[in-house]
Design a protein around this ligand. Structure first.
Ligand code: AMP
Ligand code: TRP
Length: 350
């Protein structure tokens, strides 16, 4: 993609392939849409081979009610399709249906070092004060994520800013595996963290990321929210009393204002600077309704399509099953080669 990048030559023998994942641990948010889904659709439309995975095994690193997990997995699949992912062109499936993820993750548990894992900030955030009570899976989470990506020899991973550190670890695992076994087997994956909305913040606190796990529903826009809820959430979004300035520098120290400007830009497909050119001098009393209108206009068709698709869960399951078969056809031979490299006897007829 970026031929000038230092890894372009290291990865030259791998054809460009995108992989990304989303946890079905609740409904999708505007953060997922702008930071991930909308960009996945753009990549698909550039004609790049892409694999999208609903990472149900990552989701259970913290407790999930089984019925809710099942529902959230189908709903996330519906969200991908409603947002424009074509399940014929791209591959869409849920992680647990392809056993290569768990198998390769074990190999990577033996490649990754405790010291690397101890530096992962997401573990620290999610485990909170009581680390002793966190699951072992939550600690090993980034090795499973590396397995998701490398089971497909994926070269590029579009994600939001919060995943940067995990992708560094994925690179470290690939490099160490290749080095330890004296092979050039795994690509050194490039993160794709681009656009105005790589970090959509909470509507209640501009220093916290918008998240499906935030206890306050007012902090986020859900892809299932109706027009009234969206308008109300933007109306009540925390802001400051000052009007919008005409430069980005002047937004420094105003995280809530900056967040709303970024959201507007990402929805509109423009830049935050262009938004300021259009709205400089206006207060939030006039900016927020326009933002809400733009959000409703962008999201309403997606919400409607999601609820239509959710009326036929069997069709969604069938589609995920077909996606899993296609995913497995790519991952199985890679995993087999990986086991050979590691020195496992593989004599079973397959
Ligand atoms: P998750 O919901 O944590 O599984 O995240 C799925 C994808 O959405 C990842 O690529 C995240 O980086 C992205 N994402 C989640 N929340 C946000 C946010 N608030 N802003 C931007 N991207 C996000
Ligand atoms: N950890 C990612 C998140 O919470 C989800 C994820 C799992 C992922 N496996 C992945 C993202 C592989 C990209 C590639 O957002």
């Amino acid at each position: 993609m970026n031929d000038a990048s230092p890894d372009a030559s290291a990865n030259a023998r791998f054809s460009t392939r995108i992989f990304s994942g989303i946890q079905p641990s609740g409904g999708l948010t505007l953060g997922n849409y702008l930071g991930a889904l909308k960009r996945f659709v753009e990549k698909q439309d550039e004609g790049i081979e892409a694999i999208y995975c609903l990472v149900d095994m990552h989701a259970i690193t913290v407790w999930q009610e089984p019925a809710r997990l099942r529902h959230a997995t189908r709903e996330a699949a519906a969200g991908f399709i409603a947002a424009g992912i074509d399940p014929e062109r791209s591959i869409l499936f849920n992680q647990s249906q392809v056993s290569a993820h768990a198998e390769l993750a074990w190999i990577f548990n033996c490649v990754a070092r405790m010291g690397w894992m101890n530096r992962m900030t997401q573990f620290k955030d999610k485990a909170g004060k009581d680390k002793e009570a966190a699951s072992l899976g939550l600690y090993a989470y980034p090795a499973l994520m590396a397995a998701d990506i490398l089971a497909y020899h994926a070269t590029h991973v579009p994600v939001g800013e919060d995943q940067r550190q995990h992708l560094e670890l994925t690179r470290d695992i690939a490099i160490k595996f290749n080095h330890d076994y004296g092979v050039d087997f795994f690509p050194v994956t490039e993160p794709l963290i681009e656009g105005a909305a790589t970090r959509v913040m909470s509507l209640r606190d501009g220093t916290k990321k918008m998240s499906k796990s935030d206890p306050s529903d007012m902090s986020r826009i859900n892809l299932t929210d109706d027009a009234d809820a969206i308008a109300q959430k933007f109306r009540k979004a925390r802001t400051d009393p000052d009007p919008l300035p005409d430069t980005l520098e002047a937004l420094e120290g105003r995280p809530e204002a900056r967040n709303l400007v970024n959201i507007y830009a990402a929805l509109d497909g423009t830049s935050p600077q262009e938004v300021l050119v259009a709205f400089a001098g206006q207060g939030f009393g006039s900016f927020k309704p326009k933002l809400a209108e733009l959000a409703v206009e962008s999201l309403a068709p997606i919400t409607a399509e999601m609820s239509r698709l959710m009326q036929d869960p069997a069709e969604i399951d069938a589609l995920l099953g077909r996606g899993a078969e296609r995913a497995e056809a790519i991952a199985a031979p890679i995993l087999e080669q990986c086991f050979e490299i590691v020195g496992m006897v593989r004599s079973r007829r397959r």
